[in-house]
Ligand binder design. Structure first.
Ligand code: NAD
Ligand code: AHE
Ligand code: ZN
Length: 375
């Protein structure tokens, strides 16, 4: 298949909110600096649903969504040296080129090399897509497009992992689990003995809990409007549960009262701007730090009284938990293989690619953390 167009199955999003369509998609060979990957397993993340909903200002249609996956390199383009056909890989929506000013700064995991192309659904080389259906180009998504049996990614967007690792599990290390763990370990740098509040107990929020527990946090307070989330959350380290619907006071006040003035760290894992405000305002005066993890819809803005920051609270955000993808995703795979981090516990459902619309329904159902699709 090397150097040839591959025809395979992919789920195409033609329009916002319209069911995805399983199509025979033509996938062009990788050009210089590109890698064609056979995707074996992909999970769905809330961000796929967000873009599909039409609320993502970078969302383009028709496109192939998906960014939490694992597979095997099928072929590589000219000049690609770090991976070869047969390597087991995880596509990384947050690239790591190690050469741009972001990568060299040591201050961020964001990479600038190809971001301009991935934001508009094309490949860097020729600003075109490698996907088409009956001659019509289909946009890429987040530089990954994993809802396809084959995809083409930039070489700076692919992490080579231990070939012994089960791909049906480690696909989750493409997004949600590292995002939550890294929000705690890299962005907030939670210390032992801290009090932590987590807003939203989906996969990302539970991974925050897991990370906080590992960091030695004393109290880990989970906040969700769905009471069914609590039992499961205990297994990830949440020690107390608060449902804002059970209280008349604003939720920030409830948390401040529970914690003698506020928590040391809070995490917003929903994507709701009024909860982002509550998450900041439930932090302790003088030092409390709030990390925004959730992705809010186009046009939404955050607000608070500046006095909240003047009096020492800190507002931060995180993308992919601050992990440098190509360097650290393989390390996270090793941690899973050594039983130092969970993955299996986040996988609540398994389906096949042709059932992808059902998988999106599950994601909205409240019962599902991650649904892994077999391609
Ligand atoms: P999810 O839908 O599984 O979890 C969201 C949780 O929030 C659910 O348990 C829901 O019951 C709860 N919730 C909803 N409204 C609430 C409210 N008003 N108050 C309290 N709880 C509420 O989603 P997920 O896959 O865990 O992703 C969470 C968010 O993180 C999404 O916005 C996603 O787009 C974003 N995300 C960001 C990054 C990043 O790099 N920054 C990475 C992955 C996901
Ligand atoms: N396109 C959206 C932004 C979405 C966003 O913030 N994405 C996160 C990852 S979410 C993964 O589930 C991210 O990494 N952002 C940094 C980046 O470079 O995109 C919008 O609102 O425009
Ligand atoms: Zn995601």
């Amino acid at each position: 298949t090397q150097g040839k167009v591959i025809t395979c199955k992919a789920a195409v999003a033609y329009e916002a909110n319209k069911p995805l369509v399983i199509e025979d998609v033509e996938v062009a060979p990788p050009q210089a600096g590109e890698v064609r990957v056979q995707i074996l397993f992909t999970a769905l993340c809330h961000t796929d649903a967000y873009t599909w909903s039409g609320k993502d200002p970078e969302g383009l249609f028709p496109c192939i969504l998906g960014h939490e996956a694992a597979g095997i390199v099928e072929s590589v383009g000219e000049g690609v040296t770090e991976v070869k056909p047969g390597d087991h890989v995880i596509p990384c929506y947050q690239a790591e080129c190690r050469e741009c000013k972001f990568c060299k700064s040591g201050k961020t995991n964001l990479c600038g090399k190809i971001r301009g192309a991935t934001g508009v659904g094309v490949m860097m080389n020729d600003r075109k897509s490698r996907f088409s259906v009956r001659g019509t180009p289909i946009y890429h998504f987040m530089g990954t497009s994993t809802f396809s049996q084959y995809t083409v990614v930039h070489d700076v967007s692919v992490a080579k992992i231990d070939p012994q690792a089960p791909l049906e599990k480690v696909c989750l290390l493409g997004c949600g689990v590292p995002t939550g763990l890294g929000a705690v370990w890299n962005t907030a740098k939670v210390e032992s003995g801290s009090n932590v509040a987590i807003f939203g107990l989906g996969t990302v929020g539970l991974a925050v809990a897991e990370g906080a527990k590992a960091a030695g946090a004393s109290r880990i307070i989970g906040v969700d409007i769905d009471n069914r989330k609590f039992d499961r959350a205990k297994n990830f380290g949440v020690t107390e549960f608060v449902n804002p619907k059970d209280h008349e006071k604003p939720i920030q006040q409830v948390l401040v009262d529970m914690t003698d003035g506020g928590v040391d760290y809070s995490f917003e894992c929903i994507g709701n701007v009024s909860i982002m405000r509550a998450a900041l305002e439930c932090c302790h005066k003088g030092w409390g730090t709030s990390v925004i993890v959730g992705v809010a819809a186009s046009g939404q803005e955050i607000s608070t009284r500046p006095f909240q920051l003047v009096t020492g609270r800190v507002w931060k955000g995180t993308a992919f938990g601050g992990f440098k993808s190509r360097t650290q995703v393989p390390q996270l795979v090793d941690k899973y293989m050594n039983k130092e981090i969970k993955i299996d516990e986040y996988i609540t459902h398994k389906l096949t690619l042709d059932e992808i619309n059902k998988a999106f329904d599950l994601l909205h159902g409240g019962d599902c953390l991650r649904c892994v699709l077999t391609l």
